[in-house]
Unconditional design. Structure first.
Length: 281
């Protein structure tokens, strides 16, 4: 697998369609993820790698959404994140004991961070054709490094046929300076960097996806565990633990089956033990 394997890369005119498409790809169970990961890791099965990638494209969309504040196109952020996802799948070892989504998150963010570093300054200074023209004209007309006075701004605005507001805004952009995305190498408590607030403070998309998968696995495991019980044990568990209303007491179930309450407790304990062994942790 190469980092440029065929993928449904988003185009500007079809971004919403792309997002809807990737959200329809089913999430993988732990068993399917392990099977596909081993097929790629051990046999270089490209189709297995493709399935691993497409099942996690929704994660890239979610992560990329948190970087929209830098003025960069959402589609480009997603595309860079997809490259990181493919790199993660290429390097993922199923024997590490972690889910692919947790491992891939680092690679997705790393590619998006690199893209932001390459493009943020240029895009923020001039985003349209008119702004680029104003940027270069203002640089040639400005006589010093000092801030423009209102009189000077009005004169430039008249010459360039733009508003005073446009001139002052572009001057502010030009007077800004690049800032390191990484923390400064000092121990000051007042030091800060974009990396500290680049991503959203909301719950991690990897955590959301992992919780959904865990709940899905537990629900499936519960149904399977109940099916493996005999009829009496299943009835006791459902009446004691899964009843929608008030749970039945040991004595009520003892009367129903004509045995002692202690016997019902023993059956319940054995059934719960059997179910715990069948449900994923």
């Amino acid at each position: 697998m190469t980092d440029t394997m065929t993928l449904p890369i988003p185009a500007a005119y079809s971004l919403e369609s792309y997002i809807q498409t990737v959200n329809r790809y089913p999430m993988l169970t732990l068993e399917d993820e392990q099977r596909l990961s081993r097929a790629w890791h051990d046999k270089q099965d490209v189709e297995a790698a493709r399935q691993l990638v497409v099942s996690h494209l929704r994660v890239v969309v979610s992560v990329a959404r948190h970087y929209l504040g830098y003025g960069l196109p959402h589609a480009d952020l997603i595309q860079e994140g997809n490259v990181g996802l493919m790199k993660a799948v290429k390097r993922f070892d199923p024997d590490r004991g972690v889910r692919l989504v947790s491992f891939a998150l680092h690679w997705i963010r790393a590619e998006i961070h690199e893209y932001v570093l390459r493009n943020w300054r240029l895009v923020k200074v001039a985003t349209t054709k008119a702004q680029r023209k104003l940027f270069f004209n203002l640089r040639s007309l400005k006589q010093s490094l000092n801030a423009l006075t209102l009189k000077e701004a009005d004169a430039m605005a008249k010459e360039l046929n733009v508003s005073r507001k446009d001139v002052l805004e572009m001057e502010t952009r030009m007077s800004g300076h690049d800032m390191s995305i990484d923390p400064m190498l000092d121990d000051s408590e007042d030091s800060y960097c974009p990396l500290a607030y680049l991503a959203s403070p909301d719950e991690n998309p990897a955590q959301l996806l992992e919780r959904e998968q865990t709940e899905q696995l537990r629900h499936t495991g519960l149904a399977t565990a109940l099916e493996n019980l005999d009829a009496r044990s299943r009835r006791i568990i459902q009446a004691r633990w899964l009843a929608e209303g008030q749970a039945s007491t040991l004595h009520e179930l003892a009367a129903e089956y004509g045995v002692s309450a202690e016997r019902i407790r023993q059956i319940e304990a054995r059934a719960l033990q059997k179910m715990r062994a069948a449900i994923p942790a």
